[in-house]
Design a protein around this ligand. Sequence first.
Ligand code: MTE
Length: 322
Amino acid sequence: MLIKKPADIKSSEITDKQLYLSRRDFLGASGLSLGALAAGIAAPGLLLGSNEAEAVAATRLGTLRKSKLSTGDTLTPYKDVTTYNNFYEFGTDKYSPAQLAGTLNTRPWTITVEGEVKKTRTFDIETLLKLAPLEERIYRMRCVEGWSMVIPWAGFSLSELIKQAEPNGNAKYLEFVTLQDPRQMPGQRSSVLDWPYVEGLRMDEAMHPLTILSLGLYGEVLPNQNGAPVRLVTPWKYGFKNAKSIVKIRFTSAPGVSSWMKANPREYGFYANVNPTVDHPRWSQAKERRIGEFLKRDTLMFNGYADQVAHLYAGMDLRKLY
Ligand code: MTE
């Protein structure tokens, strides 16, 4: 990655877990349905001024199911999750996506599922929102650059969509493709990456219960800078796996070449599993800085999800297959 070592960021505006939880109860109590959300219908304002209430209501998700797969780690403040981003379609520094991603138009939006499937299908975002109940998944996220966050995602298992897609017997891998539209995504006017952004997973990784399609965070619709309207989340892999603003999922018989593999094959591989024992060629991966914390903490194998995912890689040489 064209990564500079990350600058530390200030946690000036803290949304702590307690505040989020009480806010979430408030949002849940509003009973706004996903259908209403998909249709862009705002719930009536309760405690807020009407403009503010409309803005907040338009972004709210309804009640989210809790998940046993969530971590109990302290949440990273909302402000940091939504202003310190990697989204090269909106610039290469961390603060540009929050400033520039307003140009991304997320309605209408479709995801086309193609390749080794019974039949190519296109899902609009409203259909996708109704595909399965949204769950809250609080995951540790570890960027290859050495920082980490804990994010309360809202989404559902990717396996739900895969079932609908009806992959055939040749389907062994998936490719996730981001929107390509330089008018909406100013970063695509530069050739910093070979656009569109593409990432991949092996079928068993994609079917794993931890792997989700996320449509929201902190109980709200995904902000554009976090990959609206729908992105991938695989918490045991480095952050770059998690393709944002997906428009296409392609089932293939062989592994694809991701954008970062193309840009720098020596530094980025297909698997991208978090592994503190395999250094990046330019820095150690043994420790990480949790955003908002002062001291570095040890990075855990598979980002702390080894119990759930290590079996997927049994017998593989993770030094070679990084
Ligand atoms: N997806 C697209 N389309 N473009 C990107 O530049 N950056 C990746 C990943 N997904 C990226 C992307 C990287 S490097 C990281 S660390 C995560 O998104 C960051 O996600 P976040 O900004 O929501 O924390």
